[in-house]
Design a protein around this ligand. Structure first.
Ligand SMILES: Cc1ncc(C[n+]2csc(CCOP(=O)(O)OP(=O)(O)O)c2C)c(N)n1
Length: 627
């Protein structure tokens, strides 16, 4: 497709003078660019296809130089990026040194706030609006939040504050009835009811278009009407105010999120209201690409795929699918086992569990804190909850893990997916802090399996053998290790440290997790150089099995460790301390991540960037041995 409007010279200023039909054509061009780029690089597809018109309307009304737009999660900001000066670099989306898949203030002066984790936009926008008021400025502040993100508790803390403080700002609620999967919960049902009241809306829109014809006076009247809408509605339709209005916001909508001119009118009318306004916009996730329209969950976040067929070019097996398979096996034999997801049923692979054991599966929405405390409640009542949450999102529930699970020594199993480097989503999504935060928790057992088989063993061990809180951390993607033997069979004392390679006593490298692949490589590289070491792999990393490790170390003096996580508070530090407590003197030199803010690139590139690839590890060991 040749672009008539979209290009490196286009700015949002151009939008303001465009005719309605030209804006429609621009939206087709935006969709084309998003589709081609995501098919090549991977990324968030369905959410971006659904917000093209919304973004064009926002930038047609608001001043991109002075107004601030905060995108919740930020996974839907591709059109915004394309229209605010990043068209010519857009092919580098999510690549090393390229455009981020999320808003980044370091990338553009027009990105108002860094996002990636859900439900932060209203709080962030309110801070920005309060700062504006303190400085006596007049610019607009807008939070764009999805109905999925609105299931997160932080959003309600913000609305509670906003309705009371009456800070002037706008919330655009982008309601597509989807989170990643179908949206869940009472709020989602409530939004459906609001949607059904569209009779009221079309009547209201008719009134407005009539008033609009009255020119300046009519426009003023619209604003007054919006401001006293309770009264207006009561008079005309005798409907109860919405939940948002009860909390002190002006509610407007629902508005068709693909009707650009309708959106422009709504934003324009609401823009100068001296109160917090929520505009309820209805969009279709995946709009404009048939495979994504019919299957928006699968096209929420994708790897590279064939644009014509919609078929992914990525492989199928992963640590996630192996975890999921083991869960259904276990649940078939243990009716106390229940599974919990925070709006990530597909992402954590629990869809099969949900199908087979619907009454023992709970998707609680984007509510990591609630999931963990609720699991605590199930555990004190005799169930074994497995809470499957991505590592970086579980950071939110740090306090709940400690207070509501660990202090009571409750048997809650934390299945922590996406531990370690996550690749192209970048730093907000890495699971590099988990060993460190788990190490600080009373009673917590921590398991970090190397391959698929270990993962299955660890899950069995966590469910059957551990009595208190236990976490299993496993990475994104496929296992680099060849898999032999039956996968879903529990084989005895699986979490014991074991020797992977034993070439000699020049040094020992103690690894945990998938990164042990790089330890394997380092051992081979050094062997070529006639430096002979041992490689010990450890799945159980808290409590550190110190005496078993000391036994395997034998006479080795030079000890190193490697982990896919931050060094501070991590496995290597705990290992050194525990080996010393158990009577073995000498230091452990840890290889790990120094600064977790590692930008988007492939997982392999991230490993190398942090000096954790086989070559770098071998070189570092050589250097240390020469000292
Ligand atoms: C704290 C946290 N938990 C989970 C996620 C994963 N996640 C990213 S987008 C998303 C769904 C958001 O749904 P919605 O806000 O409705 O946006 P849509 O994609 O439907 O446009 C989820 C669960 C996250 N980013 N942050």
């Amino acid at each position: 497709m040749e672009y008539k409007y979209l290009g490196k010279d286009m700015t949002p200023d151009t939008l303001k003078d465009m005719k309605p039909q030209e804006r429609v054509e621009l939206c087709s061009e935006l969709r084309d660019k998003i589709l081609k780029t995501v098919a090549a690089n991977g990324g968030h597809l369905a959410s971006n296809l659904g917000t093209v018109e919304l973004t064009v309307a926002l930038l047609s009304v608001f001043d991109y130089q002075t107004d601030k737009i905060v995108f919740d999660v930020g996974h839907q900001s591709y059109s915004y990026k394309l229209l605010t000066g990043r068209f010519d670099r857009f092919d580098t989306l999510r690549q090393k040194d390229g455009i981020s898949g999320f808003p980044r203030i370091s990338e553009s002066p027009y990105d108002a706030f860094d996002t990636g984790h859900s439900s932060t936009s209203i709080s962030a926008a309110m801070g920005i609006a309060r700062a504006r008021d303190l400085e006596g400025k007049k610019n607009n502040v807008v939070a764009v939040i999805g109905d999925g993100a609105l299931t997160g508790g932080l959003a309600y803390e913000a609305i509670n504050d906003l309705g009371h403080a009456k800070t002037r700002m706008m919330i655009i609620l982008n309601d597509n009835e989807m989170s990643i999967d179908k949206n869940v919960g009472g709020l989602s049902k409530y939004l459906s009811k609001l949607r059904i009241s569209s009779g009221y809306i079309s009547a209201k829109q008719t009134t407005e278009s009539f008033l609009r014809k009255l020119g300046f006076f009519g426009r003023g009247l619209i604003k007054i009407i919006l401001a006293i809408k309770d009264f207006f509605r009561f008079l005309l339709y005798r409907k109860k105010p919405s939940f948002f209005e009860d909390l002190g916001l002006v509610y407007y909508g629902p508005v068709d999120g693909h009707d650009i001119e309708g959106l422009i009118k709504a934003f324009d009318a609401a823009k100068d209201i001296k109160a917090p306004v929520l505009i309820h916009v209805l969009t279709q996730k995946g709009k404009g690409y048939a495979p994504a329209e019919s299957n928006p969950s699968d096209y929420h976040g994708v790897g590279p795929f064939d644009l014509d067929t919609g078929v992914s070019t990525a492989g199928k097996s992963s640590y996630t699918t192996v975890f999921a398979g083991a869960m259904t096996e276990l649940a078939a034999h243990n009716n106390k086992l229940v599974a919990i997801s925070a709006a990530m049923t597909l992402g954590t692979g629990l869809d099969n569990f949900q199908m087979k054991f619907p009454s023992r599966f709970f998707d609680c929405g984007i509510a990591e804190e609630h999931c963990v405390t609720m699991a605590g409640g199930l555990a004190v009542s005799g169930f074994i909850p497995v809470v499957a949450i991505y590592s970086s999102f579980l950071q939110r529930a740090y306090d709940e893990m400690i207070t509501d699970c660990c202090y009571m020594n409750s048997h809650v199993v934390f299945a922590i997916d996406r531990s370690g480097f996550v690749g192209n989503d970048g730093h907000t999504h890495h699971g590099l802090l988990d060993i460190s935060y788990l190490n600080s928790m009373t009673n917590m057992t921590v398991l970090s399996p190397r391959d698929y088989k270990d993962l299955v063993f660890c899950l069995n061990y966590a469910v059957d053998n551990v009595k208190g809180p236990v976490a299993i951390r496993y990475p994104r993607g496929t296992s680099p290790f060849e898999q032999t033997g039956p996968l879903y069979k529990y084989l005895g004392d699986c979490v014991k440290p074991h020797l992977v390679q034993d070439y000699g006593n020049d040094f020992a490298l103690i690894s945990t997790g998938r990164i042990s692949e790089e330890a394997d490589k380092a051992l081979e590289i050094l062997k070529e150089k006639k430096v002979y070491g041992k490689h010990i792999n450890v799945s159980l990393i808290k409590p550190v099995p110190a005496s078993a490790i000391i036994e395997l170390l034998g006479d080795v003096k030079n000890v190193f460790s490697i982990e896919e996580g931050i060094i501070s508070g991590g496995f290597g530090e705990a290992l050194e301390r525990e080996l010393q407590v158990a009577g073995r003197s000498g230091e452990v030199i840890p290889f790990g991540v120094k600064d977790p803010m590692v930008r988007a690139m492939s997982q392999k590139e991230q490993i190398a960037y942090c000096g954790l690839d086989g070559d770098s590890v071998a070189a570092s060991i050589m250097e240390e041995l020469k000292r």
